[in-house]
Design a protein around this ligand. Structure first.
Ligand code: FAD
Length: 319
């Protein structure tokens, strides 16, 4: 049997958020065997489907105007049809907001078991996943014949293209029924900075920044480093920054090469979203702050002095 991997797309390419799902699917194929079939869904998919074909032997493209927006109501039946068309008994996607929305409904339609937000593949139907805000790791096994898996983006490397380009098969979308749901609008926040979940450097500020105005100095450091800006929930809840910058258990999970936590205490719920970062730098005036327990480099000091000094040093290095 084959493995289907659902690949999210922009107008022209596979979204980088889906590349970790391919890596997870390749790991699963080591245990289950079978080819990996990519599935793309949307409207006007020509370029994106061609891009997807660089990563898999075969791409099934479901292209229809009614599939323009990723609604779970319309995408889940398409994924069910894709599994049938591909002769697959496993479906993998990244645990993005779309993946988290569409996969459980697909699993329900198939009567299949689902392993959510997995961090590793341990067998043909056995996976590890973080629980209790990342404080425990659970091994789960899906016992239904069909296995549905959402993969935590930060736990799997982005897949590289294959040496040969696969083929694209246009599939009939069938009757698209949104079951009373309708896509109204997408209000995406626009930023010149890289996406928080994809940036290789993240600079985050906490409640100790005291005001939104004070985040300007973190923005300056972020932009000098070419990174993304993040925040603790306390800072977001206090209105210092928009909520979509929140890192943590109930925010975004990030694993950049460098994570700089400024005036963040290091509550477990915050750590759950960033402790997979390769190098963690913490700046806090309290030497006892728990963030120092996970930091590779810790600086006990007042951000008002430390961050401007860092900015000057980075400017000198870049000059
Ligand atoms: C169910 C649940 C889910 C949650 N989800 C999340 C989540 O997703 N993300 C998240 O972040 N939190 C989350 N929280 C909240 C979490 O428990 C903490 O309350 C929060 O992370 C604290 O944010 P903070 O570190 O910015 O603030 P604080 O804990 O108040 O820490 C502020 C830090 O700033 C330091 N500081 C103050 N002034 C300065 C200065 N001038 N220079 C240097 N350092 C200074 C202080 O020493 C202190 O360590 C969640 C909580 C619950 C219950």
């Amino acid at each position: 049997m084959s493995i289907v991997v659902y690949l999210e797309t922009s107008d022209v390419a596979v979204r980088s958020a889906s590349l970790p799902a391919l890596t997870a699917a390749r790991a699963l194929a080591q245990h289950r065997g079978g080819p990996i079939v990519g599935v793309v869904i949307g409207s006007g998919l020509d370029a994106a489907a061609k891009d997807a074909a660089r990563y898999v032997d075969k791409v099934l493209a479901y292209d229809a105007p009614e599939l323009r927006a990723p609604l779970a109501e319309t995408y889940a039946p398409v994924l069910v049809a894709a599994l049938k068309a591909a002769g697959a008994d496993a479906l993998v996607a990244s645990a993005t907001s779309t993946g988290k929305d569409v996969l459980p409904r697909t699993a329900a339609l198939l009567g299949a078991g689902m392993a959510s937000d997995i961090s590793s593949v341990e067998g043909a139907a056995k996976f590890k996943r973080p629980t209790y805000a990342g404080n425990a790791v659970t091994t789960v096994e899906v016992t239904s014949p069909t296995v549905i898996v959402s993969a935590r983006q930060t736990a799997f490397e982005a897949a590289a293209p294959l040496a040969t380009v696969g083929g694209v098969e246009l599939q009939p979308a069938g009757t698209v029924d949104a079951r009373g749901a309708a896509f109204v609008a997408l209000h995406a926040s626009k930023s010149e900075r890289p996406d928080l979940t994809e940036a290789s450097i993240v600079v985050s500020g906490g409640r100790g920044m005291k005001s939104g105005e004070n985040f300007k100095v973190l923005e300056e450091l972020t932009d000098l480093l070419g990174g993304a800006l993040g925040a603790s929930r306390a800072a977001a809840d206090a209105g210092m920054v928009p909520n979509d910058l929140q890192v943590g258990q109930t925010g975004k999970v990030v694993a950049p090469k460098l994570y700089i936590a400024v005036a963040i205490s290091g509550a477990i719920q915050h750590l759950a979203g960033m402790k997979g970062s390769k190098t963690i730098v913490a700046i806090n005036k309290d030497a006892e702050a728990p963030i120092f327990q996970v930091a590779d480099y810790g600086l006990v000091g007042d951000w008002e002095k430390v961050v401007p000094a860092m900015i000057e040093e980075v400017k000198k290095l870049k000059a």
